[in-house]
Design a protein around this ligand. Structure first.
Ligand code: HEM
Length: 141
C-alpha cells in the first residue's frame, strides 16, 4: 500500500467519540434515548480506536528513532491512550451488565475530558503528517 491505513481508520473513533460527547451533554437536557445513543457511540469509538491503535503502532515503528518526530509520535500515542481510558471508564460507568443506563454527571464529565485529550492528540497527529511529513515522505526525516 502506497500510503498508511492509519489516517483512514482514525475517522471512526474521532467521529463517534465526538458525537458521543455531544450526545452526553445533550442528554442532560433531553430524554433517555440520547444517553443511550451516546453509549452505543462510545462502544463503536472504543472498538474502532483499537484498530486505529494497531495501525498507528505500525506507523510508529517506521519512524527513525533519531527523528525529532518520534517525540511527538510518542506524545500522540500516550494522549490517545489517555483519551481511550477516559471514554472506556465513562462507558463502564453507564453499564448495568450489558445494558446501557442513562449516564450520570461523572460519566458525562469523563466523556468531556476524553474529548479534550482526543483533540490535543489529533492535533499532534496532524503535526506528524503536515509538519514532519510522517506517512507522506519516503525519507521520514
Ligand atoms: C497506539 C496508538 C497510536 C499510535 C502509535 C499512532 C501513531 C500515529 C502516527 C505515526 C501518525 C502519523 C502517520 C500517519 O498518519 O499514519 C499518526 C497520525 C494521526 N493519528 Fe495516530 N496513532 C495512534 C492512535 C490513534 C488513534 C486511536 C487516533 C484517533 C482516535 C489517532 C488519530 C490520528 C490522527 C488524526 C492523525 C493525523 C492523520 C492525518 O492528518 O492524516 N491515532 N498517528
Amino acid at each position: 500500500m502506497k500510503h498508511p491505513i492509519h489516517p483512514i481508520l482514525v475517522h471512526f473513533p474521532i467521529a463517534t467519540w465526538f458525537l458521543a460527547t455531544i450526545a452526553d451533554v445533550t442528554s442532560l437536557f433531553t430524554n433517555e434515548q440520547v444517553g443511550w445513543v451516546a453509549g452505543v457511540l462510545l462502544v463503536i469509538g472504543i472498538t474502532t480506536a483499537l484498530l486505529a491503535m494497531v495501525t498507528g503502532l505500525i506507523e510508529l515503528g517506521k519512524i527513525d528513532q533519531q527523528s525529532p518526530a518520534i517525540k511527538i509520535a510518542n506524545q500522540h500515542m500516550i494522549l490517545i491512550m489517555v483519551s481511550w481510558s477516559f471514554y472506556a471508564v465513562s462507558l463502564f460507568m453507564r453499564l448495568d451488565g450489558t445494558r446501557l443506563e442513562q449516564p450520570d454527571l461523572i460519566a458525562i464529565a469523563l466523556s468531556i475530558v476524553g474529548l479534550i485529550f482526543l483533540c490535543i492528540a489529533g492535533w499532534m497527529g496532524g503535526k506528524l503528517v503536515y509538519e514532519y511529513g510522517i506517512g507522506v515522505h519516503s525519507d521520514k526525516s
